[in-house]
Design a protein around this ligand. Sequence first.
Ligand code: NAP
Length: 234
Amino acid sequence: MKTAVVTGGSSGIGKAIAERLRKDGHQVAVLDLNPSGGELEYKVDVSDRTQVDDAFAQVREQLGPVTILVNGAGLELYKRFHNIDFATWQKVVDVNLGGVFHCVQAALPDMLEAGWGRIVNISSSSAQSGQQFMAPYVSSKAAVNGLTKSLALEYGPSGITVNAVPPGFVETPMLHRSAEKGLLGGTIEEHIQRTPVRRAGRPEDIAAACSFLISEEAGYITGQILGVNGGRNT
Ligand code: NAP
C-alpha cells in the first residue's frame, strides 16, 4: 500500500482520481481549496507554499512517505487577452503551474528516499490546440507539459516517472460552469457531435489513465503527454 496525494481531489476529475487510487489499494490524501469534508481531505491553496508544506507534513505523519502525486487542482479564466491585467495572469499561473512546482518539490524528497515515485500532472488538451479567451490558462497548462518532460529526464534515474494527462471536454463542474456562461463555443451536445467517440469525457476516463501511469507496469513510461479526449486532439 502506497501513499498518494491528489490535489483538486474534492471535485470533478481529481475526485474520480482519488476514488480510483483508493480502489487500487493506495492511501489517498486530498489537498483542495474547498474540501468536501471527506476523510483525509486537507484545505490547501496549492499556490501557497507554506500551506502545501504543512499539508505534506501532516500527510507524512498520518500515512507515511508520499510516493504518488497527482496534480489535479486547476483554475480556469475566460477573458479577452487585452483585458487581462498582469495580477490576474499571474494568479492563474500561480495555481496551475506554481501549484505543480510546490507540490512536486514537497513530494520529491520522499520519492528520492524510496527510489520510487509516480507523478501525474493534469494539464489540458487546450495546451495542444490553443483556446481563445483562455491565454493564461492555456499558457500555464502548456508549461506544465514542458515541466513534465523536464522532470522526467531529471528524475528517471531515481526511479521516478513523471507524465501528464491533458483532458479534453470532460463533464465536471468546471465544464458546466463554462457551458452555462456560453463560453464553450457551442453547446455540450454540439461538442459531442464534434468529438470522434461521440460522447463527453467522464472523470473516470482520466482516472483510469492515471491509475495505469501510476501502476508498476507503467514503469517504462515517462515524460509522456497522454491525451484523454475522445480523439478531439491527436
Ligand atoms: P473542478 O471540478 O473545478 O475541480 C478542480 C478542483 O481544484 C476544485 O475542487 C477546485 O476548488 C480545486 N482548486 C482550484 N484552485 C485550487 C487551489 N488554488 N488550490 C487547491 N485546489 C484548488 O474542475 P475539473 O474539470 O475536475 O478539473 C480538474 C483538472 O482538469 C484541472 O486542472 C483542469 O484545468 C483540468 N482540465 C479539465 C478539463 C475538463 O474538460 N473538465 C479539460 C482540461 C483540463 P474550487 O471548487 O474551490 O475552485
